[in-house]
Every structure is written in structure tokens, then in C-alpha cells.
Design a protein. Structure first.
Length: 170
């Protein structure tokens, strides 16, 4: 079991809590140690950082990458903050090569629906909350612009921009 999160393992709070656990009387509590989190599992301090909601899903409405410039991560954070100011439940998520702007938090159990397909098979789709957000944020912008599906030669395959879509937060 785990108890607490600490930015400084030698800090007063971490050492106090370690001693509390060791003296708790629980079986094997005297063996308690401070353990570092795996890379990428550091404490989340910004409430707009989607990593605080791991294992949930969200609607990706924008992404920024190196083609935007070296400030692409800051651009995603700024976009999420602006959406929050406008009342949206927005987040940013930094991947190794791309930063995403996400809206809403969803679970499969609550926010997806199952219906019968044309061949009688079960088909899973987005529920009403997701569809409502997609109506508000219909596209997934890249570096501030709509993206289009293209073929290998760069020719557009459709006139409709790529839509927003659900992603899992890792």
C-alpha cells in the first residue's frame, strides 16, 4: 500500500509520515520505506495537467508539436487555460513529441453507449455528454489550424477537417 506523495523524500512531512506508518501497529508496517514513482508518475501540481486524471478519457480538441515551434508545450497550456476561462473543463497533456488540449473527463461505463449494428452486432459509441462536447468542439486543431486527411502525395481526401475524438489519459 502507498501513503502520501512528497516532492522531497528527506523533507519533514515525508519523514514524519514514514515514522507514523512505521509506528502504526499494522502488520509489517515497520518495513515501510519511501519509494520513488516510476518515470512520468511525478506529482501533478497544475490542476489543468491531465495526468491527475490517469485512466480516464477526454476529448482531444487540439494538439501542438515541434512544427509550431519550441514553445509548443506552453501553447497547449495556454490554450487549456483560455478554454477554462471560457467555462470549459479543459486540460493539457504533454507527450514526448506533442502536447494535447483536452476537454471533459469521461469513463467507459458512464459515457459510452452500446447499440445494435446493421448486422446485429453490438456497437459501442459516444454517449450524450461526449456528443454535446463534440458539437461545441467539432474539430481537432493542429498548431491552431484544422487538419485534413491527406494521401501520400499530400492531396486532401476530404473537405471536412478531422474531428475531435476521445483519448485515454496515461
Amino acid at each position: 500500500a502507498y501513503y502520501g506523495r512528497y516532492t522531497d523524500p528527506a523533507g519533514e512531512g515525508a519523514l514524519r509520515d514514514l515514522e507514523t506508518v512505521r509506528n502504526s501497529g499494522l502488520a509489517q508496517a515497520n518495513l515501510a520505506v519511501l519509494v520513488p514513482l516510476a518515470p512520468g508518475q511525478e506529482a501533478v501540481t497544475d490542476p489543468l495537467d491531465a495526468r491527475a486524471h490517469r485512466r480516464m478519457m477526454s476529448l482531444q480538441v487540439a494538439a501542438y508539436d515541434a512544427d509550431f515551434g519550441e514553445g509548443f508545450r506552453a501553447a497547449a497550456e495556454s490554450a487549456a487555460r483560455h478554454l477554462r476561462e471560457d467555462g470549459a473543463e479543459a486540460f493539457f497533456y504533454h507527450g514526448p513529441h506533442r502536447s494535447m488540449v483536452l476537454v471533459g473527463l469521461f469513463t467507459r461505463e458512464v459515457d459510452f453507449v452500446t447499440s445494435k449494428g446493421s448486422l446485429g452486432e453490438s456497437v459501442e459509441g459516444y454517449g450524450p455528454r461526449i456528443k454535446a462536447l463534440q458539437a461545441q468542439f467539432p474539430y481537432n486543431l493542429l498548431n491552431g489550424y484544422p487538419q485534413f486527411k491527406v494521401d501520400g502525395d499530400g492531396n486532401r481526401l476530404s473537405e471536412e477537417p478531422i474531428g475531435s475524438f476521445i483519448v485515454r489519459i496515461f
